[in-house]
Write a protein that binds this ligand. Structure first.
Ligand code: ATP
Length: 295
């Protein structure tokens, strides 16, 4: 019986690996099968941009006749961090989808260094922006390979540096298999906070002038939250960054906060200004503080 145990156990392992790989391939084909809504128009430019500012001017957008954003204007100056906050469903993530041109604005304009993004090729636009999405897609592979996914041609030194900026090194070194640790299907073996830091490391590795962070809604314990905060602060250095935040504690240090309500900008300012103004932001801040003291 024992003689059979080892080969059967090995076969089980092989089966699980193949099933995991097939699941990854299926997901990849799902993504590839999606027909893009936005395609390049003729005469778009593919100029490289190394640094930049970002501007939303009177942006309006609707999904299937349902107005989502109405006349949204704000600017993210070169090297600054701007945060967008507001109620659930206010249209925060939609701003990011428009910036990536997953959809085009109905009215108004989004520009980078004064250039309408519609005049850029999709490839050159997306090369400019490193994103940390709400739901990080991790592959059933090693931590090393999952970080390298941010720039497949990166050197080991660059990958290790990105992990360091994302405050992941200590965690990786504490694991028995270190960089070779398998993250499990969809990163199931990692916590929500660790997954987000892998995603921050990928974004650092991409080394793009713009950093966009779409904060996950899932709640994190205060240690994980602090680790992400530190990672994000270091990753944003030298970048122009746009943060969609759910936890207001994440964006106290932002150069400007844009408060959205039902698709409209209702307030702008930095944390202290908005708290003193006593509007929607200070209301949201009070609610979040009450929740954190009762939890
Ligand atoms: P949250 O804080 O909950 O993440 P949000 O402010 O980021 O919310 P969005 O994700 O921008 O909100 O969504 C704004 C509105 O648009 C929501 O009511 C949402 O249901 C709707 N919406 C989002 N994506 C689509 C879509 N692809 N098709 C139709 N409606 C959508």
């Amino acid at each position: 019986m024992m003689q059979l145990f080892i080969p059967l156990n090995f076969l089980g392992f092989v089966y699980r690996e193949i099933r995991g790989a097939l699941a990854n391939i299926e997901r990849m084909f799902d993504i590839l099968d999606k027909q893009p809504k936005v395609v390049d128009t003729e005469g778009v430019h593919t100029k490289e941009v190394n640094v930049g500012s970002l501007k939303f001017e009177e942006v309006s957008f609707q999904y299937n006749d349902r107005p989502i954003l109405q006349g949204v204007s704000f600017e993210v100056p070169l090297g600054k961090k701007v945060a967008v906050v507001g109620d659930s469903g206010a249209g925060k993530s939609t701003l990011i989808k428009l910036l990536f041109r997953f959809y085009d604005v109905d009215r108004g304009c989004i520009s980078i260094n004064g250039q309408n993004i519609k005049a850029m090729s999709l490839q050159s636009l997306r090369r400019l922006i490193a994103i940390v999405p709400q739901d990080t897609v991790l592959f059933n592979d090693t931590l090393y390979a999952n970080i390298r996914y941010g720039r497949p041609e990166a050197t080991q030194q660059q990958i290790e540096h990105a992990a360091k900026v994302a405050h992941l090194t200590e965690f990786i070194e504490s694991l028995p298999d270190k960089w070779q640790t398998k993250v499990g299907e969809r990163g199931l073996k990692l916590s929500g906070g660790e997954k987000q830091r892998v995603s921050i490391a990928r974004a650092v590795l991409k080394s793009a002038p713009f950093l966009v962070f779409d904060e996950a809604t899932s709640s994190l314990d205060s240690r994980s939250e602090q680790a992400i905060l530190n990672a994000l602060r270091d990753a944003a250095k030298g970048h122009t960054s746009l943060v969609v935040a759910h936890r207001l504690s994440t964006i106290i240090d932002a150069d400007m906060i844009v408060v959205l309500s039902q698709g409209k900008v209702v307030e702008t300012g930095h944390h202290t200004q908005l708290i003193n103004a006593g509007g929607l932001y200070s209301h949201l801040w009070r609610i979040q503080n009450e929740q954190s003291t009762t939890n």
